[in-house]
Design a protein around this ligand. Structure first.
Ligand code: ADP
Length: 738
């Protein structure tokens, strides 16, 4: 059974009974071109609109497939009539709806249309004819093409990169500015290829996700780097939206902007901001009315105001003390003239009312047309510098007050400072001395090689000793020099303060005394030596007199002879001790060390008689060897132990102990007894020559023993002293070099 609609159509196509019907008139009146064909495609009917559209009157039953004269595809290719949509439909194939074609009229004019071919089948389903409606779309098409053209023009003239990307990253379109940005000389260098390849590696994943999101229908923006075909890196900012593509898929339409320069500017500004903020100096900017426009962290630290408190206020109101208000108009006037204010030292007031010394550098700031619009100010806190300048000046004044020549040297001995006394002492002015190597200028004679002195200075931080300097006129100056080193935190000497006290006169006197002493010693030695002989005669003859003539002289004469004898004996002792005393002065520095145990044993052997006579007990710790003459050490032991026995207590047998301990590079010896002790009042006295606390009747002696000990110890730059408790005993201590 044929459907009603098919029946009507087949009747219409057959052109039979409908010809005169109202329907026919209706079709004729329709503004749409309609025609029909038989199964072979031969035209069976066309309406007036078809004639008008095609610009021709086709021949019914002869013309095939189309009413139109010539037919083209949208890209301009000629379509043979037997391949036109109607022909295809009549061959039983599917014709897609909405296809667009171009037709040419015999007069050469063209129009756009959309065909709607349909076939008519009989009850058996055989094609018995076709009907086609041609809808003209020329106006729409022209409008579309125009819009397309405009779009193209916009896309090509915009400086931005316009691109279309497929969901898989294939670049479907890119405008010429875009091609230039990626360094492509022609579109095919990138179009059709994967856009991910030109995205910087670190941004590639982000970009892929972004592309996928846009292709899923989202809008968005992204910043990323591209590395162009020629290797140039650019920073891009893109704004993207989804776009329905011709094939029905959603693609990514993007307008991207090259923000490399902007980024560079931003990062330069950021860097500058960071530098300004991290500066130790207060950095402030102000306009030409003196109103503060920016304020860094150090400005806050220095003046106490936060940026919020400072910005918008004038420098004059906020910072300038009342008595310095006239400074700001001057500064502003200079700025207006484009001049700079350099290292202007002044005072500013802080938030807490305190004043600080600052050094100001103010420079004009210009806009990009070169107009001066304000100023940048760098304020440096110089309070500390001012304080130290003041301190230095005070110190310099103090140095000038000193009567010692004071010079300050750097680590290389260059003179940095030179006080008045130095000018006076050496005859060189400060200007002449500054910068010179001190020991070259003063032709210094050192008591030991300079490297050794430097070593001590480095170790102890100070050194002192006697130096000989030469003045400007060449005269020799003996100085007692004291050096104090100032070291840096690594311990290196950076400055040395050298203070020189003129001891030329003292050295001269000392030398004279030394010479006089030498003469005296020589005299004492010869005198004592020469006295021994006559003394011995007096002693011998007084003994002979007593022996041979004792019986013949009276009692009184015998008494006198005894006096003469004991006087001579005593005198002999004195002379002997004095001789020993003078001998001490004469010795050279020892060439080897002496064993103190041997020295002690020698002394004990000499004292053997006295020791056994009184039953004294002598003990000693093991003693060291030390750089002194053994004879000297023996003399000291002999005198001290001899005294310990001599000044023993009548109540107890004498006990003497010798011990020693090491102390600060010395040996400290002690000879302790349990004798009568010494009144503290006399403990200094007893070391003097001929100083005795007892008469010869009580204890024999000359008062020279301890003086000899002192002299010996002195010769080795040591010291001897006594600690004692009267009635209980004494300890004699002496220090000798180790
Ligand atoms: P001397 O023994 O010949 O008198 P010294 O110079 O040896 O001369 O001693 C000086 C004085 O010091 C002695 O006269 C004595 O008074 C006192 N003295 C010395 N050693 C001791 C001692 N161990 N105990 C008490 N007094 C002493």
């Amino acid at each position: 059974m044929m459907s009603g609609r098919a029946k009507a159509l087949s009747a219409f196509v057959a052109g039979g009974d409908l010809k005169d019907s109202v329907f026919h008139e209706l079709v004729e009146a329709l503004p749409v071109a309609i025609y029909t064909t038989d199964a072979e495609g031969r035209l069976t009917y066309f309406n007036a609109a078809a004639v008008k559209l095609s610009g021709r009157v086709p021949e019914l039953g002869t013309d095939k497939w189309c009413v139109t004269w010539k037919i083209f595809l949208p890209d301009g290719t000629l379509l043979p009539h037997d391949e036109c949509p109607m022909a295809i439909a009549l061959k039983g194939a599917e014709v897609p709806t909405g296809i667009e074609c171009i037709a040419e009229r015999p007069d050469g004019s063209r129009f756009w249309f959309t065909p709607c071919p349909a076939v008519v089948r009989n009850a058996e389903g055989q094609i018995i004819g076709g009907i086609n409606l041609l809808m003209e779309i020329t106006d729409r098409k022209h409008a579309e093409l125009e819009a397309n053209e405009q779009f193209r023009a916009i896309v090509e003239t915009t400086p931005e990169c316009v691109k279309i990307i497929a969901p898989d990253g294939t670049l479907l379109f890119m405008n010429s500015p875009g091609l230039a940005m990626v360094g492509a000389s022609a579109g095919d260098a990138v179009i059709g290829r994967n856009v991910y390849d030109i995205i910087a590696l670190e941004d590639r994943n982000r970009f892929r996700e972004f592309n996928e999101r846009i292709c899923q229908g989202e809008k968005g923006s992204l910043q990323f780097d591209i590395v162009g075909l020629k290797g140039a890196r650019r920073h891009m900012e893109t704004h993207a939206a989804p776009l329905r593509h011709l094939d029905g898929t959603t693609v990514h339409l993007a307008v991207s902007h090259d923000i490399t320069e902007r980024k560079r500017g931003e990062s330069a500004a950021f860097l500058l901001g960071a530098i300004v903020d991290s500066s130790d100096d207060a950095i402030i900017s102000k306009n030409l009315d003196g109103v503060i426009t920016s304020w860094n962290k150090s400005a806050q630290r220095l003046f106490g105001y936060t940026a919020e408190e400072a910005i918008g206020h004038t420098v004059a109101a906020l910072l300038i003390p009342d008595d310095r208000q006239e400074e700001e108009p001057d500064i502003l006037a200079k700025l207006r003239k484009g001049e700079r204010v350099d290292h202007f030292e002044t005072v500013r007031r802080c938030k807490d009312g305190s004043f600080i010394d600052i050094s100001l550098t103010v420079s004009p700031v210009k806009d990009n047309q070169g107009r001066i619009i304000g100023a940048s100010k760098v304020a440096r806190d110089i309070t500390q510098r001012k304080k130290s300048e003041k301190r230095l000046m005070e110190q310099a004044r103090l140095l000038d007050l000193s009567s010692d020549a004071i010079l300050v040297r750097d680590g290389q001995d260059r003179i940095l400072d030179w006080n008045r006394a130095a000018e006076k002492m050496y005859g060189f002015t400060r200007e002449e001395a500054l910068g010179k190597i001190s020991h070259e200028l003063l032709r210094t004679e050192f008591p030991e090689p300079l490297p050794g002195i430097r070593e001590i200075l480095l170790r102890d931080g100070l050194w002192s000793g006697e130096l000989i300097h030469a003045s400007r006129t060449g005269s020799r100056i003996n100085t007692l020099s004291r050096w104090v080193a100032e070291r840096d935190n690594k311990g290196a000497v950076i400055r040395i303060l050298e203070s020189n006290n003129d001891i030329t006169e003292r050295v001269r006197v000392q030398e004279e005394v030394r010479r006089a002493n030498q003469d005296l010693e020589q005299f004492a030695f010869s005198a004592t030596h020469d006295l021994q002989e006559p003394l011995r005669s007096v002693k011998i003859y007084s003994e002979l007199l007593a022996k041979r003539h004792g019986d013949t002289v009276d009692e009184e004469a015998r008494k006198f002879i005894t006096f003469v004898h004991s006087g001579a004996t005593r005198m002999e002792m004195l002379v002997r001790d004095l001789l020993a005393y003078t001998q001490v002065a004469k010795f050279d520095a020892p060439s080897e060390t002496a064993d103190a145990n041997e020295a002690l044993n020698g002394a004990l052997a000499n004292l053997g008689g006295a020791i056994s006579e009184c039953g004294a007990q002598i003990s000693a710790d093991p003693l060291p060897s030390l750089p002194v003459h053994g004879m000297h050490l023996q003399q000291v032991f002999q005198n001290l132990i001899g005294n310990a026995i001599k000044y023993r207590s009548p109540d107890r047998p004498p006990l003497v102990h010798v011990d020693v301990e090491r102390q600060d590079g010395h040996w400290l010896f002690a000879v302790t007894d349990n004798g009568i002790g010494i009144d503290p009042e006399y403990k200094e006295n007893i070391f003097g020559l001929f100083k005795r606390l007892h008469t010869s009747d009580e204890y024999s002696g000359t008062g020279i023993g301890l003086a000899i000990c002192q002299r010996i110890v002195d010769r080795y730059h040591g010291r001897i002293w006594v600690e004692s408790e009267p009635g209980r005993g004494s300890t004699f201590r002496f220090k000798l070099p180790a």
